[in-house]
Design a protein around this ligand. Structure first.
Ligand code: ADP
Length: 478
């Protein structure tokens, strides 16, 4: 049994801005089910959805500030969560990383360096809990200083750093090295320095015993200049310590047989029941109710990564097709505006909901026939897996985790029972449009479509599978 400290800046259902929260809410539970001794540590944001007991386990001064370590449980589990409580850094409303306009909080370097410092103190059991970690598993740039700072400790735990998205790196002016009081020996081109900037993510990439990323294809892609953001050289150098482990999904929350958000539950043997969800979706989005018209769904942060510009370019042609398009998302204000304009002009074909809405996300997964995910890059991606589980055939670009989890439909894959979606190669609207046309043709062949749905719904996307892979990795480094 390993003592695992899982260091993260968000965890569902306490707080969530994206896929990292899903991983942080689920992987520790899978470890616990495999009899591991796992804890989480995260900042005590004001916006946390706390329930149950929260109590102080330790108080200390760090960075000249009074800090409390609070302890609670990950909801619906017995997994302890340590909350780093520093009111001036975390006790204000809103998103953990950005203000209402999407700009990073000006003191993010201070906020997350303090978080990292406290995580190190807790990992080394300098808070007297009689619990010293064997493995410290860090996630994304917000936790990047942890492996760097731990590298300076004697008898330290082994460290793993997982890249969920290399696009976010935590880059700050070099002068912060001094103001954040980071030990000078960490400042060199093989350490935290990145073109004379302080790079939090390099703390993980350069110092962790092992680097993981969330799909095998993305692990290869980030070693190339097209995906590496200038870090590809370091990643190639650390190639032997770099592995890709595909995320699982929360199969309790995303289960069409038990989903409490949808009006009609269903499984692979009662696929006709999916129709009621489609009707509900069409009603809720004020689209004409019509069972035979294919509904395309999309749920996403509206950022360039997700290829939403390609979708916008396809809309004029899509309007001439027999289909309805339902989108839920938020992000880039210009994109939001353009989408809204399209929806207002064509309310019988396009419905757009701007904002974040968990229940509508479930209804789209359950009610749509087809799911669009044309990402330019996608470290792992969750929605293409949710879609498959709900018999909603995904159209994805061949990149990262999309390439690893969706099997394109061809005569061969139909024959061998693996076809579970549509995969296209090039990141341009022409290729996406071809893929949509190809999918709509397949949709008309009901028998084939049912087979694809069944293939998709029977795939194993459990966290247990991923957790076992992580445990083998932990074993190899500790
Ligand atoms: P990323 O982490 O890059 O945003 P993922 O596909 O890995 O992409 O994870 C996104 C998660 O956030 C999924 O659980 C998805 O359903 C959810 N999500 C994204 N946007 C919305 C939204 N507007 N409303 C509800 N859920 C959303």
């Amino acid at each position: 049994m390993k003592k695992i400290l899982f260091v993260t800046s968000e965890a569902h259902p306490l707080i969530k801005t994206g896929g990292l929260a899903d991983v942080s809410g689920s992987l520790p539970k899978a470890f616990a089910e495999l009899s591991q001794d796992v804890r989480l540590i995260m900042p005590n944001y004001q916006a946390l959805n706390l329930s149950g007991d929260v109590h102080t386990v330790f108080s200390l001064r760090a960075d000249n500030r009074q800090i409390n370590i609070l302890e609670t449980r990950l909801p619906d589990s017995s997994i302890p969560v340590w909350l780093v409580d520093c009111p001036e850094f975390y006790n204000f409303p809103g998103n953990p990383y950005t203000d209402g306009q999407g700009n990073p909080w000006p003191n993010n370097a201070e906020r997350f360096s303090l978080f990292c410092r406290i995580a190190v103190i807790c990992a080394m059991d300098k808070i007297g809990q009689n619990w010293k970690a064997d493995i410290v598993h860090c996630n994304d740039w917000q936790t990047g200083l942890v492996p760097a700072l731990l590298s300076l400790e004697k008898d330290r735990p082994a460290t793993v750093f997982t890249v969920h998205n290399l696009a976010y790196q935590g880059l700050f002016p070099a002068s912060r090295m001094v103001t954040l009081n980071i030990p000078g020996q960490l400042w060199n081109p093989d350490g935290l320095e990145f073109h004379n900037l302080l790079s939090f993510i390099k703390g993980g990439l350069a110092f962790a015993d092992c680097i993981t990323t969330v799909s095998p294809t993305y692990a290869q892609e980030i070693q190339t200049s097209a995906f590496g953001y200038g870090l590809e050289g370091l990643l190639r150098y650390r190639n032997n310590a770099l592995v890709g482990i595909i995320n699982g999904i929360d199969t309790d929350q995303w289960n069409p047989e038990t989903d409490g958000y949808i009006p009609q539950r269903f499984n692979v043997d009662s696929l006709h029941d999916k129709t009621r969800n489609k009707t509900e979706l069409q009603q809720r989005m004020q689209l004409p109710v019509n069972d035979s018209i294919p509904v395309l769904g999309l749920i996403s942060r509206l950022v360039e990564q997700k290829g939403i510009d390609m979708v916008l370019d396809c809309l004029p042609e899509m309007l001439s097709m027999d289909m309805q398009f339902v989108l839920l998302g938020s992000g880039d204000k210009v994109v939001e505006q353009r989408l809204q304009t399209w929806a207002e002009a064509h309310p019988d074909k396009i419905a757009v909901t701007l904002g974040y809405d968990e229940s509508l996300a479930h209804l789209i997964e359950a009610g749509a026939d087809i799911f669009l995910m044309p990402s330019r890059f996608e470290p792992c991606g969750l929605n293409q897996m949710y879609s498959q589980r709900y018999g909603t055939i995904p159209i994805v670009r061949k990149t990262g985790g999309l390439a690893d989890t969706v099997i394109d439909t061809s005569w061969e894959t139909l024959a061998n029972g693996s076809a579970s979606g549509i995969v296209f190669n090039d990141a341009n609207s022409g290729s996406l449009l071809e893929a949509i046309k190809r999918t709509l043709l397949l949709y008309r062949n009901t028998e084939q479509w049912r087979k694809m749905q069944a293939n998709a719904m029977c795939k194993d996307f459990t966290w247990r599978r991923s957790a076992e892979e992580y445990l083998r990795l932990y074993e190899s480094i500790s």
